[in-house]
Design a protein around this ligand. Structure first.
Ligand code: ZN
Length: 301
C-alpha cells in the first residue's frame, strides 16, 4: 500500500454519488436499486436465451431485442442523441414519445392492448420499466404455452403493429387511426403465419400434404371462387381453370414455363409457354403464373 506523501486526516468518502464523495439518501437508494437490478441478470439471460429460439421471424426477434435494450428510434432517444425535434407523441400530444409511452401508456397503445385477444391493461403498474414489462409477458407466455406459444406471436404482433401505425403516421402521411392499426395487425399476423408454415415445411418442395393430389412444388391457385377441388367438383361457376408450371436448371439458370387450360374441368388443352432466365425454381414458378395470367387476360378469360 502506498503511503501518502503528506500527513492528512482520513475522511469518509462515498463513491456512489454526485458530487463525488458526498452521501445522500437519493444516491444511496440508487446504489441499492442498481444492485437489485444486477441480481436480475439471471432473468435477462433467461429471456435472451429464449428470445433467439422463439418461433418468430428473425426481424421480430431483432425488434424485440431492440425494445428490451431501449434501442428503438423513438423521439426521446433521438433527442438524447442531440437531434432537435418535437419530442411529444404524435398521437396524443400529452407526453414525450419514449418506448414506455408509445407502446404502453399512450391512449392509442392502451386501446390496441385492451382490444387484442390478450386483453391486456397496459397502463397498470406504470413503474415497471418497459423492457421488464415485455420480458415478463414473453417469459410468462413461454413458460405456460411452450415455445410455439400463440400468445407470444400475438403479443409481438401488437407491438409491431403499433410501431407500423406510428411510422405510417409520421413518415407516410397516413392517419395513424385504428383502421391502420387493425390493418397492420392483420398483415403482421398473416406474415407470421406464412413464416411459421414455411418453417414447418408446409407448402415447401416435397412436403405438400400427401392428400392434395398434387406433385411437389405444384401449387393450385384459385382466383374468383371460394371452393374448388378438382377431385370434388362443386357447382361453382368456373369459367376456366388454368394449370401453370415452371422448370429451372440451376446450372445455367434457364427457366421454362407452360400452362394448360380447361373450360369444362375435364379435358385440358394446351395454353402456351415461355422461356428465359430465373434466379430460382420459385422464380420460375412465379414466371409461369404471371405468363399464364397475361395469356388469360389476352384471351378474355
Ligand atoms: Zn401518446
Amino acid at each position: 500500500m502506498e503511503l501518502p506523501a503528506n500527513e492528512e486526516q482520513d475522511v469518509l468518502y462515498w463513491g456512489g454519488g454526485h458530487p463525488p464523495g458526498i452521501y445522500t439518501v437519493k444516491t444511496g437508494y440508487a446504489f441499492l436499486m442498481n444492485n437489485f437490478l444486477q441480481q436480475d441478470v439471471f432473468s435477462d439471460t433467461n429471456f435472451f436465451r429464449i428470445l433467439w429460439k422463439l418461433n418468430i421471424p428473425p426481424k421480430w426477434s431483432l425488434f424485440l431485442w431492440k425494445l428490451v435494450m431501449n434501442g428503438l428510434v423513438v423521439k426521446s432517444n433521438l433527442v438524447k442523441r442531440g437531434i432537435d425535434i418535437d419530442v411529444y407523441c404524435d398521437s396524443c400530444g400529452m407526453a414525450e414519445e419514449d418506448q414506455q409511452h408509445l407502446f404502453r401508456m399512450c391512449s392509442f397503445g392502451r386501446y390496441a392492448w385492451a382490444n387484442c385477444s390478450l386483453n391486456i391493461s397496459s397502463e397498470i403498474d406504470e413503474s415497471t420499466p418497459f423492457g421488464h414489462w415485455i420480458q415478463n409477458y414473453i417469459l410468462l407466455f413461454h413458460s405456460e404455452d411452450g415455445k410455439r406459444s400463440e400468445r407470444v406471436g400475438t403479443f409481438i404482433g401488437v407491438l409491431w403493429s403499433i410501431l407500423l401505425t406510428r411510422n405510417g403516421r409520421i413518415f407516410s402521411n397516413q392517419g395513424g387511426c385504428l383502421t391502420d392499426l387493425f390493418r397492420n395487425y392483420n398483415t403482421a399476423m398473416q406474415q407470421l403465419s406464412v413464416w411459421q408454415r414455411v418453417g414447418e415445411g408446409v407448402g415447401v418442395n416435397g412436403k405438400v400434404s400427401a392428400d392434395s393430389g398434387a406433385p411437389p412444388s405444384f401449387e393450385r391457385v384459385n382466383i374468383g371462387c371460394k371452393r374448388e377441388d378438382i377431385n370434388h367438383p362443386t357447382n361453382a361457376r368456373l369459367e376456366v381453370t388454368i394449370m401453370a408450371d415452371g422448370s429451372w436448371l440451376k446450372r445455367n439458370r434457364m427457366a421454362g414455363t407452360g400452362w394448360a387450360y380447361s373450360e369444362d374441368q375435364i379435358s385440358y388443352m394446351e395454353g402456351g409457354g415461355t422461356y428465359g432466365k430465373a434466379h430460382s425454381s420459385l422464380h420460375a414458378e412465379v414466371m409461369a403464373c404471371v405468363a399464364a395470367l397475361k395469356w388469360a387476360e389476352v384471351k378474355g378469360y
